[in-house]
Design a protein around this ligand. Structure first.
Ligand SMILES: [Zn+2]
Length: 119
Protein backbone atom coordinates (compact mmCIF):
# COMPACT_ATOMS: atom_id res chain seq x y z
CA UNK A 1 0.00 0.00 0.00
CA UNK A 2 2.80 2.39 0.93
CA UNK A 3 4.55 1.81 -2.34
CA UNK A 4 1.42 2.69 -4.26
CA UNK A 5 1.68 6.28 -3.03
CA UNK A 6 5.40 6.62 -3.57
CA UNK A 7 6.16 9.47 -5.92
CA UNK A 8 7.43 8.14 -9.20
CA UNK A 9 10.81 9.47 -10.26
CA UNK A 10 10.02 10.75 -13.69
CA UNK A 11 12.70 10.88 -16.33
CA UNK A 12 12.83 14.40 -17.74
CA UNK A 13 11.31 14.58 -21.20
CA UNK A 14 13.44 15.32 -24.24
CA UNK A 15 11.52 18.57 -24.68
CA UNK A 16 12.30 19.61 -21.13
CA UNK A 17 15.98 18.78 -21.62
CA UNK A 18 16.09 20.79 -24.84
CA UNK A 19 14.48 23.73 -23.03
CA UNK A 20 17.18 23.52 -20.35
CA UNK A 21 19.87 23.24 -23.01
CA UNK A 22 18.49 26.28 -24.83
CA UNK A 23 18.36 28.31 -21.61
CA UNK A 24 21.95 27.39 -20.71
CA UNK A 25 23.21 28.32 -24.18
CA UNK A 26 21.39 31.67 -24.08
CA UNK A 27 22.69 32.40 -20.58
CA UNK A 28 26.25 31.69 -21.67
CA UNK A 29 25.85 34.16 -24.55
CA UNK A 30 24.38 36.90 -22.35
CA UNK A 31 20.87 36.37 -23.78
CA UNK A 32 21.66 38.11 -27.03
CA UNK A 33 22.28 37.26 -30.66
CA UNK A 34 26.00 36.60 -30.97
CA UNK A 35 26.01 38.16 -34.45
CA UNK A 36 24.01 41.40 -34.05
CA UNK A 37 23.53 41.75 -30.29
CA UNK A 38 19.70 41.86 -30.41
CA UNK A 39 17.97 40.63 -27.26
CA UNK A 40 14.43 39.88 -28.56
CA UNK A 41 13.23 36.31 -29.16
CA UNK A 42 16.68 34.80 -28.87
CA UNK A 43 16.87 31.13 -29.88
CA UNK A 44 19.58 28.56 -29.32
CA UNK A 45 20.80 27.08 -32.59
CA UNK A 46 22.35 23.62 -32.85
CA UNK A 47 25.69 23.75 -34.66
CA UNK A 48 25.56 19.99 -35.26
CA UNK A 49 22.09 18.86 -36.35
CA UNK A 50 20.14 17.01 -33.69
CA UNK A 51 19.14 14.32 -36.15
CA UNK A 52 22.64 13.42 -37.29
CA UNK A 53 24.39 14.06 -33.97
CA UNK A 54 21.86 13.12 -31.28
CA UNK A 55 24.67 12.46 -28.79
CA UNK A 56 25.53 16.18 -28.76
CA UNK A 57 22.02 17.64 -28.72
CA UNK A 58 22.25 18.61 -25.05
CA UNK A 59 25.86 19.73 -25.20
CA UNK A 60 26.32 23.45 -24.47
CA UNK A 61 29.32 23.62 -26.81
CA UNK A 62 26.95 22.61 -29.60
CA UNK A 63 24.70 25.66 -29.16
CA UNK A 64 24.85 29.30 -30.14
CA UNK A 65 22.37 32.12 -29.48
CA UNK A 66 20.78 33.80 -32.47
CA UNK A 67 17.93 36.23 -33.17
CA UNK A 68 15.26 34.97 -35.64
CA UNK A 69 16.92 36.93 -38.47
CA UNK A 70 20.25 35.24 -37.94
CA UNK A 71 18.76 31.86 -37.09
CA UNK A 72 16.15 31.07 -39.73
CA UNK A 73 14.94 33.96 -41.79
CA UNK A 74 17.62 36.37 -42.94
CA UNK A 75 19.69 36.04 -46.10
CA UNK A 76 22.68 35.51 -43.83
CA UNK A 77 20.99 33.28 -41.28
CA UNK A 78 22.49 30.01 -40.08
CA UNK A 79 19.82 27.95 -41.84
CA UNK A 80 19.75 29.96 -45.09
CA UNK A 81 23.44 30.57 -45.61
CA UNK A 82 25.72 27.90 -44.20
CA UNK A 83 28.82 29.41 -45.81
CA UNK A 84 28.34 32.82 -44.24
CA UNK A 85 27.51 31.31 -40.88
CA UNK A 86 30.43 28.88 -40.74
CA UNK A 87 32.81 31.67 -41.79
CA UNK A 88 31.40 33.90 -39.06
CA UNK A 89 31.86 31.09 -36.56
CA UNK A 90 35.43 30.47 -37.70
CA UNK A 91 36.32 34.13 -37.25
CA UNK A 92 34.44 34.88 -34.02
CA UNK A 93 34.08 31.59 -32.15
CA UNK A 94 37.22 29.75 -33.10
CA UNK A 95 37.00 27.25 -30.25
CA UNK A 96 33.41 26.31 -31.03
CA UNK A 97 34.16 26.19 -34.74
CA UNK A 98 37.02 23.75 -34.17
CA UNK A 99 34.91 21.64 -31.83
CA UNK A 100 32.09 21.41 -34.40
CA UNK A 101 34.45 20.64 -37.24
CA UNK A 102 36.24 17.92 -35.26
CA UNK A 103 32.92 16.18 -34.56
CA UNK A 104 32.00 16.37 -38.23
CA UNK A 105 35.36 14.91 -39.27
CA UNK A 106 34.93 12.15 -36.68
CA UNK A 107 31.45 11.38 -38.03
CA UNK A 108 32.72 11.29 -41.60
CA UNK A 109 35.60 8.99 -40.63
CA UNK A 110 33.25 6.56 -38.90
CA UNK A 111 30.98 6.62 -41.90
CA UNK A 112 33.84 6.02 -44.31
CA UNK A 113 35.02 3.17 -42.14
CA UNK A 114 31.52 1.73 -42.21
CA UNK A 115 31.27 2.10 -45.99
CA UNK A 116 34.60 0.34 -46.48
CA UNK A 117 33.94 -2.50 -44.06
CA UNK A 118 30.35 -3.09 -45.17
CA UNK A 119 30.07 -6.08 -47.49
ZN1 LIG B 1 20.99 38.65 -34.95
Amino acid sequence: MGLFFMPRTKKPSKRKLLELWSKSVRNRDGNKCVICGKTDHIQAHHLLQKKRFPEYQFCIENGISLCPTHHNFGHFSAHMNAIFFSEWLRLHRRKQFRWTLSKMVEWKKNRLHKDITMP
